[in-house]
Write a protein that binds this ligand. Structure first.
Ligand SMILES: Cc1cc2nc3c(=O)[nH]c(=O)nc-3n(C[C@H](O)[C@H](O)[C@H](O)COP(=O)(O)OP(=O)(O)OC[C@H]3O[C@@H](n4cnc5c(N)ncnc54)[C@H](O)[C@@H]3O)c2cc1C
Length: 387
């Protein structure tokens, strides 16, 4: 798109939802000379473009619920602010539990969600069946549902950020790979790329599953690992109701939602090892389709239309790493959203812009998400509702 500048006030590495949302929020607030560097030919083609589009408030940690409230609030007004429809659909998220052991944990989550204004309902199997009569609930013990959870279209969100960030003056550079970061006396001085050098004192690492590699360029160990996750989409089927919520099953992590009249489905393979491999594992695909047919017997009639694999960017506690890094000076991180970054991208951009322009994020307290938590024993609290 734009040529690589020789100088910038802020260089954002990575043009997925995190990098683009950060760029937009910086220029919206008046920052000058903001550049996003993306190595692909187009923006939003990696994890952001391969995700399932789910947006939800049903998390187990306060900070993730706060990030959802901020981000989903932005999505509600996205079309007005960006002149870009994003297929926002508040179809709700229905979590179903296939084990009694999960009940106390989910009860605690619902209590926390309610204390933060998220009116999640507790459902018996009878309630679940009333909501989604085509579900097989024979081995389900309970469920939770929140109607302001749902879906949005990732490529439209990316498109909105690209359009408005560019209109407000951000320079958006594609086909360019960051290969080095120069540091002098503990301060960032430049970013090196395969197309040239950009002098800058501020760098934002928004490279998702590749964040560890960017950390290595400045000698910082960023604990984010890439894990393959797969999705299958079926052809349209008359049996899939218009108002089907996003259904998520625990403990196996199966999920599905209505997509173009058919189903979009996935399930996390607990034996996946960290790797950048995004070829489709057909054995695992079969296992996940078996799980789908068990939970939703009408899926037996489905024919597969397409499938793909992408990468989750997972941290040890399944929470992102956000904010100013302890070193070098001028280094920021917004990555490691552990499978729920699409929905948190809009809010994360607001917060990183505050961190850079105001010295500290203030709309949501992100102290709990700072890198320093990995340096203090006992400072991590795991997010339980990871799919
Ligand atoms: C199958 C699947 C389903 C998912 N479902 C959901 C969901 O339903 N809801 C949800 O909220 N989240 C979901 N996610 C997670 C979500 O997609 C991610 O958390 C989010 O997209 C992360 O955004 P990002 O901008 O950090 O990463 P990315 O979108 O991956 O962007 C990072 C960018 O950095 C670029 N980059 C890397 N290294 C360099 C370099 N050296 N130089 C220049 N550029 C570089 C990459 O090319 C990439 O474009 C899902 C993910 C997957 C894989």
């Amino acid at each position: 798109m734009d040529p690589l500048p020789q100088k910038a006030d802020v260089v954002i590495i990575g043009g997925g939802v995190m990098g683009l949302s950060t760029a937009y929020n910086l220029v919206k607030r008046g920052a000058k000379d903001v550049v996003v560097i993306e190595r692909d030919e187009f923006f939003g083609q990696e994890s952001t473009g391969k995700c399932a589009g789910g947006i939800r408030h049903q998390f187990s940690s306060k900070v993730n619920i706060e990030l959802s409230k901020l981000s989903i609030g932005i999505m509600e007004h996205f079309e007005e602010e960006f002149d870009q429809p994003i297929d926002l659909n508040f179809c709700g998220y229905l979590f179903v539990m296939a084990s009694e052991e999960l009940v106390p944990r989910f009860q605690k989550n619902v209590e926390l969600q309610r204390s933060l204004g998220i009116e999640t309902e507790w459902l018996t199997t009878r309630d679940i069946l009333k909501k989604v009569p085509i579900l097989n609930v024979e081995d389900i013990v309970a469920g939770t549902f929140y109607g302001r959870d749902g879906l949005a279209d990732p490529s439209s969100v990316v498109q909105g950020y690209v359009k408005m960030a560019h209109r407000l003056g951000a320079r958006l550079v594609t086909d360019t790979t960051v290969t080095g970061i120069s540091v002098e006396k503990g301060k960032i001085t430049a970013v090196e790329t395969d197309k040239g050098i950009v002098e800058t004192h501020v760098v934002v690492n928004a490279t998702g599953a590749w964040s560890k590699e960017i950390g290595r360029l400045v000698g910082v160990d960023i604990p984010i690992l890439p894990y393959r996750r797969q999705i299958a989409v079926t052809a349209p089927m008359d049996e899939i109701p218009q108002d089907l919520p996003m259904v998520v099953e625990y403990p196996n992590g199966l999920y599905f939602h209505r997509e173009s009249g058919g189903l979009l489905t996935g399930m996390s393979n607990p034996n996946e090892k960290p790797d950048y491999d995004t070829t489709v594992d057909s054995d695992w695909m079969m296992s996940s389709l078996d799980a789908l047919m068990h939970r939703l017997p009408v899926a037996e009639k489905a024919s597969l239309r397409t499938f793909w694999a992408g990468l989750y960017e997972i941290t040890p506690d399944a929470h992102p790493i956000m904010g100013k890094m302890p070193e070098p000076e001028g280094f920021y991180c917004v990555a490691g959203f552990s499978g729920h970054g699409f929905m948190h991208g809009p809010g994360a951009g607001v917060l990183i812009a505050e961190e850079i322009l105001d010295g500290r994020a203030h709309t949501v307290d992100i102290d709990r998400l700072r890198y320093e938590r990995f340096l203090k024993p006992g400072a991590m609290e795991r997010e339980q509702n990871v799919i």
